[in-house]
Design a protein around this ligand. Sequence first.
Ligand SMILES: Cc1cc2nc3c(=O)[nH]c(=O)nc-3n(C[C@H](O)[C@H](O)[C@H](O)COP(=O)(O)OP(=O)(O)OC[C@H]3O[C@@H](n4cnc5c(N)ncnc54)[C@H](O)[C@@H]3O)c2cc1C
Length: 377
Amino acid sequence: MRETERKADSSEEEKVQGGQRELEERVLRTGFCTGCGACVNLCPYQASYRDRTVILHHCDLAQGRCFAFCPRTPADLTDMKSRFYDEADLTHELGAVKGFFIARAAQEGNRRRSQHGGVVTALMTLALREGLIDAAVLTEKGEELLPRAVTVSEPEAAAQLGGSRFVVSPTVAEFNRALRTDCRRIGVVATPCQALAIAKMRLQPLAAAESGMDRLKLVVGLFCGWALSWRPLTDILREKTDLAAVIGMDIPPSRYHTLEVYMPEETARFSLDEITPCVRESCRSCADMTAEFSDLSVGSARLPEGWEAARLWNQVIVRTKRGRDLLELARRRGVLEFREVPAGNLEKLKAASLNKKKAANRPQGQSGAGDRMGQAG
Ligand SMILES: Cc1cc2nc3c(=O)[nH]c(=O)nc-3n(C[C@H](O)[C@H](O)[C@H](O)COP(=O)(O)OP(=O)(O)OC[C@H]3O[C@@H](n4cnc5c(N)ncnc54)[C@H](O)[C@@H]3O)c2cc1C
């Protein structure tokens, strides 16, 4: 059976093309919008507001890039994977796998600013330093837990932007903006929905040079169980924390059943029973846990020593030659260090990823978002 994006309605003859009107009817009004920003900064008609996408002006074009690039409009993912990845590497559970590693940033200082082992920041910083990219689309902490998507060109600036923001970032809107600048080689750090939107942009009929997509040189994907809706999340967190003092968050493996919220002097813990209702509606139907449309994907590690040791490492899936070359460069330059992959880790990751795919296909109301908190718990 062909793998397709979840349909916004049950019609057999799913419309695969549309314009703003279809986008509004099928995605924006139905809770399927991921907030990735793929439809923003293409034209003046849509904008990102907080963690939402809003329509500023109506557009009556029958077909639009806004609809074509949206990660929640129909797409033949199987076909896309066979275009972008080596057939021999494709797996049903994780997409393309050329290699699987446990790694972390070699410098302790770099890890301290990062969410887990600091692999993502180390790779983006290295890519900038080596001139593989001249611009990195990243996410920084904004006010009241609202992330901001930014483009940086200095490795030192990229090195400061570690850490995961669990509210969606309009990364693809920022990528669209970067395409209109004179950046020649752009790298992006993207969650699964953002990476899918960027992959759909690569499919557009315009020649790569005309669309600017020939300037996309690197996509580092993040594993992602889900993102949280800003409004309900901040309502809950405000009860126990000063939002301005929050410096980070994490979700340990699922047996902890907790969202940890870090402040300089203390950590507040929230039961996932409280947090699950804040999971973004569109994440409940997302079937991609590992950002399958990227050059390499990075998530937290699982190690026999337990979570306190594992949280300082990353699992890395290499998907493309470009991803493999970057990881090998990082090894040669001493930017990353590696340890042996524990037996069974890849199989556990595959099982967790498959769970997310199954949960995405369950009828609404049984999404199982709680099952996959903390991914491969
Ligand atoms: C919403 C979300 C959900 C996640 N869920 C899981 C999960 O279930 N299981 C799992 O193993 N890992 C998950 N991750 C990934 C994990 O939190 C780490 O990002 C990953 O392990 C890489 O760690 P690191 O130390 O290498 O990252 P760092 O070196 O700290 O780099 C983090 C990078 O992420 C970027 N970033 C931060 N927030 C966002 C955002 N909202 N959107 C796009 N880019 C962002 C930053 O620009 C930075 O480049 C999630 C991340 C996000 C953003």
